[in-house]
Design a protein around this ligand. Structure first.
Ligand code: IVH
Length: 672
């Protein structure tokens, strides 16, 4: 392909990928498989790498997240972002309708769900997203455009042609229950505390400095208004349907996410429907918004100090239950995080029996001012996780003692620590605190980690209590005789099965082994990417923070966690023992033919490549036994230069007499 053809192909791929993206994330009607999608995306990545001059911040390749954002600039909103007047009773809604009709006569209303998420304003110019800003104080918000680009339901380029040259689409970024549950499962697997509710998690995610992490969280979005001078119609509802045609995710009338009414009865019917149906739509909504539909009538009605006179929010009552606090227990997780948990007299709440509720951390405990035997109010946060939201202080037994966060680990007695800026207390006794050890080992043997058959939570505890295992490495020294000697419940067969399972785990690929090690923030996906990017544990242990963050999916937090893990003497010792046992500590064949064509040579790669991705070229070198280093020194054997390698690097290579080769040359060296 010549340059012209490649440019055309890039344009075509971007359009096609954005279309598939829309079909998948907005319409939920994909027409190609994930695999085909990835194939097209990779083709685009390759072409873009070869043509930096054709860069486009709205390319679908940007949806996976780019560089770390140091801080989010504060920018003024062109139109203030207002809030809504709240109402908690049907009478108040009736009052609102009466006020409107008194002022402007009969008029049509549009009703929508009130999404419980984070308000954002998206600016589009010439059909392309140029800016995404948080609500902030309503007058100015933070520019979080790079994070916004990772939200797949937000179009980066609009379809059709009848959009205003410049306008804002406003809406709510949310986390669906399904994504929220997935995140919390992943956190549990990684030994991290669960998030409290979808809204706070969405808010925290949008402000995260690492767009790659934001991309991985799977945020969703609904648009609920358009702002601008030349909107397509003067009806809010009709504008929403226009926005739908341009590619936005808007509330669907088919699902009754949006409706219209000409009187109070119609509005009430919508509210009644959702008062019941809200528990079944897979996302948190905290009410219904009623809006005057006609934009001219809206203008006529105008605003009060903070909120429009043409709209009102009807808030649903969160379901609550009151029950007695039996005790507060303090659970120690795999990473040493200590979580207070309220043990409750069982009570029925929004369809399930609740016996326990997380109290999250010391701050929350203090805020609630819990006393032994208190009657507490429980609510399902974001409709999912039971949470203690308050205390019926009036019903407190006189003389009841206040419940305090323990200064020492309830399991091992070590004084707890609390890191700066973190809400969680940790037990630092990583290598001796029993639940930390057993939960780490449980994670190690679990199905998605080393997948050791015959070992589970109870057996791990038993082996630990018997003094047979203290670290995951001890598993590989176990003998059938030791297991049989445990007596009750063990027979020749079960002992042999466990030993065979341990033996078989030596074939588990490095990607999974890395996950099994239980490094904080390194879940399955990250482990896979890191293992492939680094190639081996030795290389991984030697990588600088900078090299780590250059890996796919790795931001500063993950990089720091990896460094911290390998810095610990105890962990290094465990890894040496795993190595001696024969556990896989490097990626092996299957991820490409390995060889030793580059053994003993050190490479520095710089610039963008036509036929390799940045990680891909490193992987290719390492797979052939070469080493990749971050900076040019006398030890460097070759510099592989791609397009736009910096002049300073080139000068340095020349000064030290290091040969500079191109990617074709590299391919020849590895025999391709
Ligand atoms: S309209 C002038 N529609 O609720 C009113 N807001 O207090 C502009 N919200 O921060 C907002 N769902 O983020 C509107 N369907 C909906 C909404 C909605 C959720 C949020 C919005 C705003 C808050 C209003």
């Amino acid at each position: 392909m010549d340059h012209q053809q490649e440019a055309e192909r890039i344009r075509q791929l971007r359009q096609e990928l954005e279309m598939h993206n829309h079909r998948y994330y907005v319409l939920a009607e994909p027409v190609i498989s994930d695999r085909e999608f990835d194939g097209l995306l990779q083709e685009l990545e390759r072409l873009e790498a070869a043509h930096p001059e054709l860069d486009d911040p709205n390319s679908p390749t940007r949806r996976v997240g780019g560089d770390i954002t140091r801080n989010f600039p504060v920018v003024p909103h062109r139109f203030p972002m207002l809030s809504l007047g709240n109402s908690y009773s049907r009478e108040e809604v009736a009052g609102f309708v009466a006020r409107v009709e008194r002022s402007v006569g009969r008029t049509r209303f549009t009703m929508e769900l009130k999404y419980d998420g984070v308000a954002i304003s998206l600016t589009y110019k010439d059909g392309a997203l140029v800016r995404g800003v948080t609500r902030g104080d309503g007058e100015k918000g933070e520019d979080i455009t790079n994070n916004i680009r990772t939200v797949r339901a937000i179009p980066l380029k609009l379809q059709g042609t009848d959009w205003p040259t410049e306008f804002e689409a406003r809406g709510e970024v949310i986390l669906t229950h399904a994504q929220f549950a997935r995140l919390n499962e992943e956190r549990a697997r990684n030994g991290e505390e669960p998030y409290a509710n979808p809204r706070n998690t969405a808010a925290g995610t949008l402000k995260n400095q690492d767009p790659k992490l934001v991309a991985a969280r799977g945020l969703d979005n609904f648009i609920y208004t358009l702002q601008g001078e030349h909107l397509p119609t003067r009806s809010h509802y009709a504008n929403m349907m226009k926005a739908r045609a341009w590619g936005f995710k808007v509330p669907l009338p088919e699902l009754r996410y949006i409706g219209q009414a000409d009187d109070l009865d119609g509005i009430m019917a919508f509210i009644d429907h959702w008062d019941k149906a809200r528990h079944h739509i897979g996302m948190a909504i905290d009410g219904i918004v009623v809006k005057v539909d006609d934009l001219d009538v809206q203008e006529e009605l105008g605003l009060t100090a903070k909120s429009p006179r043409w709209a009102i929010a009807f808030k649903f009552q969160a379901e609550q239950a009151v029950t007695r606090l039996k005790a507060v227990t303090f659970q120690v997780g795999r990473t040493g995080a200590v979580t207070p948990v309220a043990e409750l007299e069982p009570v029925l709440l929004a369809g399930t029996t609740v016996k326990r509720a997380s109290l999250f951390n010391a701050d929350q405990l203090q805020r609630l001012d819990l006393h032994a035997g208190d009657m507490v109010r429980v609510e399902k946060a974001g409709e999912i996780i039971p949470q203690v939201v308050g205390v019926e202080a009036g019903q407190r037994v006189p003389g009841a003692v206040v419940i305090a966060f323990p200064p020492d680990c309830p399991e091992c007695g070590t004084p707890l620590v609390r890191l700066d800026g973190e809400a969680q207390h940790y037990c630092p006794n990583e290598h001796r605190c029993p639940p930390q050890i057993t939960r780490r080992i449980e994670h190690f043997v679990s199905r998605r980690a080393m997948d050791i058959e015959g070992l589970g939570g109870e057996t791990v505890e038993e082996l630990f209590r018997a003094g047979l295992i203290r670290t995951v490495a001890d598993l590989y020294d176990l003998t059938a005789a030791q297991l049989l000697a445990l007596g009750k419940g063990w027979g020749e067969k079960s002992a042999a099965q466990v030993i065979a399972g341990i033996e078989a785990s030596k074939a588990v690929p490095f990607e999974q082994v890395l996950h099994a090690l239980g490094i904080r923030h390194v879940g399955e996906t990250v482990a896979r990417k890191v293992a492939r990017g680094a190639g081996s544990i030795d290389r991984l242990m030697a990588m600088s923070l900078e090299e780590l963050t250059a890996l796919d999916e790795v931001g500063e937090v993950i990089a720091g966690s990896i460094k911290g893990f390998f810095a610990a003497e105890g962990n290094r010792a465990v890894i040496e023992r795993l190595r001696n046992a024969g556990v896989q500590l490097a990626v092996t064949a299957g991820s490409g033919p390995a060889g030793d064509a580059l053994a003993g040579r050190t490479f520095v790669v710089s610039g963008v490549f036509r036929t390799f991705s940045r990680d891909g070229i490193k992987e290719a070198i390492e797979r052939q036994g070469g080493r990749v280093s971050g900076s040019i020194s006398r030890k460097t054997n070759f510099v592989v230069a791609g397009a736009d390698m910096g002049p300073a690097k080139r000068a340095k290579a020349e000064e030290l007499g290091v040969p500079v080769i191109d990617e074709e040359e590299l391919r020849r060296m590895i025999g391709e």
